[in-house]
Design a protein around this ligand. Structure first.
Ligand code: ZN
Length: 345
């Protein structure tokens, strides 16, 4: 992709900061979007329209009705088709811009796979819904010298920061461990305003366009927070944290989150009465056989991407690699029991 279609990107390369050369750089770039919920679907949309030549979209989840309030790439048809978000996003993004290459991966982002997910890319975009995974991303990006753009949103309030390993403070320079309470993943109780997510993701996408077009000096150097309801904005200066504190990640190069020493393989999912179960060793499930077995005890539907099984008040969504999302409980132990009862093969 060295010769972008000038007419498609005309309004973008008219910008003096970008120009034809900047557009060429954007079009030959490789980006990974980690998580394709509210933030991720907006990021993928902007980056596809801006012409990022190659994009990997990673998400573990499938599209549900309560996503449509804010997750701009999805529609009711995706729900009828039981599509995973990564697959639905790839379909939409390819309709928006058929000249770019999009890879969809329906997997959980975790310490075991993060380095392979970011490998071969120029920039990592954070579309995650939990802070723990952001520390995993931070460890992997600092270790591999890859820039990443953090974004988070809860209620009407959002936050973003651009991390260039070796040049700026990393996430752990700023947040040593647990995030402050207002940033904790409580979207199940706090809710989230669709336009607020759009603002934060759009700021992240602007940072991406700056970085990919070579405008490194223009990147955001602050921890920027914005409240869409009150229009209150804060830009905390964080440059002085770089190499001034003994950061475990970028100072000591102790990548604890990549060793799996922190974090778990089962997680209660943000905003939902659901638990995810992942496996250390991926399976290669045959849904046809499993569906035949499960039909005796509940209602089963499946396609090539996922199998849904309803029994009583529970619904188990199973992916071919053995990962499952168990709805109807937020109790991890109970979810594990259900998993071993119905899924273990
Ligand atoms: Zn650091």
């Amino acid at each position: 992709m060295n010769n972008p279609d000038i007419s498609r990107y005309h309004r973008q390369y008219l910008l003096p900061q970008i120009g034809e050369e900047g557009q060429r750089k954007i079009s030959s770039s490789r980006v990974v979007v980690l998580g394709c919920g509210a933030l991720g679907s907006i990021l993928a949309n902007h980056l596809a329209r801006a012409g990022a030549g190659w994009m990997r979209i990673v998400d573990r989840d499938f599209v549900e009705l309560n996503n449509l309030q804010r997750q701009v790439l999805f529609d009711e048809d995706d729900i009828r088709r039981n599509l995973p978000k990564a697959i639905a996003a790839k379909e939409k993004v390819e309709k928006i811009n058929s000249s770019i290459t999009v890879e969809a991966l329906v997997v959980d982002v975790n310490y075991a796979n993060i380095e392979s997910l970011i490998e071969g890319t120029d920039l990592v975009m954070d579309g995650m819904d939990n802070f723990e995974t952001r520390f995993v991303i931070n460890d992997a990006c600092v270790k591999n010298g890859l820039p990443w753009i953090y974004g988070g949103c809860i209620g009407t309030h959002g936050i973003t920061m651009t991390i260039i390993p070796g040049k700026t403070p990393c996430l752990r320079c700023v947040f040593e461990s647990a995030p402050p309470p207002e940033l904790s993943p409580t979207c199940d109780t706090a809710g989230v305003l669709g336009p607020a997510v759009n603002i934060i993701a759009s700021l992240q996408a602007t940072e991406a366009i700056k970085f990919l077009s070579g405008n490194i000096q223009a990147l955001n150097k602050t921890l920027y927070t914005f409240d869409a309801w009150t229009h209150e904005a804060k830009a905390l200066k964080i440059e002085n944290l770089h190499q001034k504190i003994n950061c475990p990640t970028c100072g000591q190069k102790n990548f604890e989150y990549l060793k799996g020493e922190k974090g778990s393989r089962s997680a209660s999912l943000c905003g939902r009465n659901a638990v995810q179960i992942s496996r250390d060793e991926p399976l290669n499930l045959d849904f046809k056989d499993l569906a035949a077995k499960l039909k005796r005890v509940g209602e089963v539907t499946y396609n090539v991407f996922l199998l849904k099984f309803k029994t009583g008040e529970y619904e188990i969504t199973l992916f071919p690699d053995g990962r499952a999302i168990i709805q109807g409980t937020h109790d991890i132990a109970q979810a594990r029991t259900l998993y071993s009862k119905y899924v273990s093969v």
